[in-house]
Design a protein around this ligand. Structure first.
Ligand SMILES: NC(=O)c1ccc[n+]([C@@H]2O[C@H](COP(=O)([O-])OP(=O)(O)OC[C@H]3O[C@@H](n4cnc5c(N)ncnc54)[C@H](OP(=O)(O)O)[C@@H]3O)[C@@H](O)[C@H]2O)c1
Length: 222
């Protein structure tokens, strides 16, 4: 993919690269969907309340967006983004994402999501439990470390020296897809390790809330 013709700074490249589905259409789903469309992708949104409940959001996103009922969200999709409260993930059909590439954008907050000693002590990363739940899927963690408020105003073209970093953790092909997508939507990917190491970018870690450049994150983690 030629970064010079993709994404921020171009209104559209007239070609669809991926079909990206969002489970969860609150703050995170539509904010990421807007940037994914700008980068030339097609998006599909779902929540618990049916496609009709999302018609205003879809209209706002334009012709490259649609909504479906949750049961149909994975059909024909190249990538699924989980954008729901962490404690809701267990309520989603664990067969729904079989064989799918998944990015988990959720955050575990003990106060909101319930006390889980294994998560609190980092015995296991929250996204590993997500991967265990959606058996047969490949999961990476990304898009979780800072607020999506004004996300589009933070996006910058590939090559800009002051691009804001977005961290990604995972393994294999899904990590590559997530890394490429971060860059396409206008951010600097930063490899935070494997999915087993993804506790480092959870809500209780040093990167949470950080909005800065590659130089700044490198210094912060030195
Ligand atoms: N807000 C941020 O800036 C931000 C940034 C990075 C990461 N995050 C993380 O991303 C996740 C989503 O955050 P958010 O701020 O977008 O939350 P939100 O505004 O509350 O939206 C949550 C969405 O998930 C849907 N949902 C809830 N339970 C569901 C289920 N069982 N099945 C399908 N859809 C369900 C909700 O719709 P219905 O209730 O209609 O089903 C709603 O569309 C959280 O884990 C959060 O910690 C948030």
């Amino acid at each position: 993919m030629d970064p010079s013709i993709i994404g921020i700074g171009t209104d559209s490249i007239g070609e669809t690269h991926m079909k990206i589905a969002f489970i969860g259409s609150g703050h995170v789903g539509p904010a990421l969907a807007k940037l994914a469309i700008k980068a030339g992708h097609e998006v599909t949104l779902a929540n618990r309340h049916g496609a009709d409940s999302l018609k205003d959001i879809v209209a706002g996103l334009g012709p490259k967006a649609k909504a479906v009922n949750l049961a149909d969200i994975a059909e024909g999709q190249d990538l699924i983004v989980l954008a729901v409260p962490y404690n809701q993930i267990k309520n989603i059909d664990s067969d729904l994402l079989r064989d799918k590439k998944v990015i988990d954008a959720s955050n575990y907050f003990p106060q909101r999501d319930g006390q889980n000693t294994d998560l609190i002590t980092h015995k296991i990363a929250s996204s590993q439990l997500v991967a265990n739940h959606f058996h047969g899927s490949e999961v990476a963690k990304a898009f979780n470390t800072f607020s999506v408020a004004n996300l589009d105003s933070l996006a910058k073209a590939a090559g800009a020296p002051d691009r804001i970093v977005m961290t990604v953790a995972g393994d294999g092909e899904v990590k590559k897809i997530a890394t490429d997508l971060i860059s396409e939507i206008g951010f600097q990917p930063y490899d935070a390790g494997s999915l087993a190491e993804s506790f480092k970018i959870q809500a209780d870690g040093p990167i949470f809330g950080f909005q800065g450049t590659l130089d700044e994150i490198t210094k912060k983690l030195a």
